[in-house]
Write a protein that binds this ligand. Structure first.
Ligand code: PMV
Length: 315
C-alpha cells in the first residue's frame, strides 16, 4: 500500500517573531508544494529519500543521532511505528518544489505532508492529529516554534494565528499579485528566534512598545484584507518591515532588495525568520509585468506566487 499526501509552502504576511510572544500573525499558503509518498516495508528500517539524499536507519534509531534536515521525518516515522506496534519499517519519499531554509515553510510543509502520508498507512487521521504530529516533529529541530507555519500548511488559505488561541481562517480572497524574491541566503530560524529573545531581554521597554505597535498593525492588516485594499496592505507591510528592522532580524542585503522592490510595488517585507531568506512584495495586475521586468534585472530568483486555498491534500 502506498500513502501519498502533499502540503503547500507558506509566507508570513504579518507578525513573524512577535507571534512567539503572543501577538497574532497572518499567514498564507502558496502554490508550491511538498509531496510525500510512503509505504510499509518488511525490513525494520526507516528509509528517507529526499533532496538531502537517501538515508536508512534502524526503526529503533535514537532520533538525537540524526542530522537536522531529516530528523523531524525520522521522528514522526518512529513515533508512528511505535504507536501502531508495526513490526516492519517505513519507506518515505519527499519531493519538493520549495527552496529550503529561506522562510517558505519547507520544513513545516514536509512535516505536515509526511505526518499525513505516514500515519495514512495505518489509519485515516484527522487534520488535527496530523497537525499535532507535524508540530511535535518540527519541535525536534526547533523547540520554540509557535506552530503557526505547520497550521497554515495544514489548513491552507489565509489564517490568523495566535499562540495560545490557535488559528482562525480569514474569509478573504484579496486580489493583489504576490511576488516572492529569494535573497539566496539560507537562515536558521532557531538562531534568529534566539537573537530576538536576546534583543527583548536587553531592551524590554522598547520590545514591549514594538509588540504593542505590531498588535495594532495586525488589526489594520485584517481590515485592509477585508477591504481588499492592496495599497494600504503595502503600506502596512512597509511598517511591519520597519519593526522587524528594529528587532534586528533584517540586514543590509535584505534592506537593499526591499528598498528596490518598494520603488516598484505597493510594499515589501521580509517573510519568516529573517537574517536572509525571502522577501514578499505586493502589486496589482496592471503593474505586475513592469514589476517582474524590473526584478528580472536583479541577480535574484523571483516568482509570482498564487495563494493556495487547499492546504493539505491526502491521496
Ligand atoms: O522558519 P521561518 O523562516 O518560517 O520563520 C518562522 C517564523 C517565526 O515567527 C520567526 C518563528 C515561529 O515559530 O513563528
Amino acid at each position: 500500500m502506498i500513502s501519498e499526501a502533499s502540503a503547500p509552502g507558506k509566507i508570513i504576511l504579518f507578525g513573524e517573531h512577535f507571534v512567539v510572544y503572543g501577538v497574532k500573525a497572518i499567514l498564507a499558503s502558496v502554490d508550491k508544494r511538498i509531496t510525500v509518498t510512503s509505504r510499509k516495508t518488511n525490513e525494520k528500517k526507516i528509509m528517507i529519500d529526499s533532496l538531502f539524499g537517501n538515508q536508512s536507519y534502524s526503526s529503533d534509531v535514537d532520533i538525537k543521532s540524526i542530522k537536522p534536515e531529516i530528523k523531524p521525518i525520522a521522528y514522526l516515522a518512529k513515533t508512528t511505528i511505535n504507536k501502531f506496534d508495526w513490526t516492519g519499517g517505513i519507506q518515505i519519499k519527499i519531493d519538493s518544489q520549495l527552496p529550503s531554509g529561506v522562510g517558505l515553510g519547507s520544513s513545516s510543509s514536509s512535516c505536515v505532508a509526511s505526518a499525513a502520508s505516514v500515519s495514512g498507512l495505518f489509519e485515516e487521521p484527522s487534520k488535527e492529529n496530523i497537525l499535532n504530529l507535524a508540530i511535535d516533529a518540527e519541535r525536534t529541530i526547533f523547540p520554540q516554534t509557535s506552530g503557526a507555519d505547520c497550521t497554515v500548511c495544514t489548513y491552507g488559505g489565509i489564517i490568523e494565528y495566535q499562540k495560545e488561541k490557535g488559528y482562525k481562517k480569514l474569509d478573504v480572497k484579496p486580489d493583489f499579485e504576490l511576488v516572492i524574491l529569494n535573497s539566496d541566503t539560507i537562515h536558521s530560524t532557531d538562531k534568529m528566534v534566539n537573537q530576538v529573545r536576546e534583543f527583548k531581554n536587553t531592551n524590554p521597554e522598547m520590545f514591549l512598545k514594538l509588540r504593542e505597535k505590531e498588535t495594532n498593525l495586525i488589526e489594520e492588516a485584517k481590515q485592509a484584507l477585508r477591504n481588499n485594499d492592496s495599497s494600504n496592505l503595502g503600506r502596512i507591510m512597509r511598517e511591519n518591515q520597519s519593526y522587524l528592522e528594529e528587532i534586528g532580524v533584517s540586514n543590509q542585503n535584505l534592506q537593499n532588495i526591499i528598498e528596490f522592490a518598494n520603488s516598484k510595488t505597493f510594499g515589501s517585507k521580509l517573510t519568516g525568520a529573517g537574517g536572509g531568506g525571502c522577501i514578499i512584495s505586493i502589486t496589482n495586475k496592471n503593474d505586475l509585468k513592469t514589476v517582474t521586468e524590473s526584478f528580472e534585472r536583479t541577480k535574484y530568483k523571483y516568482w509570482t506566487a498564487k495563494l493556495d486555498f487547499d492546504g493539505l491534500i491526502v491521496g
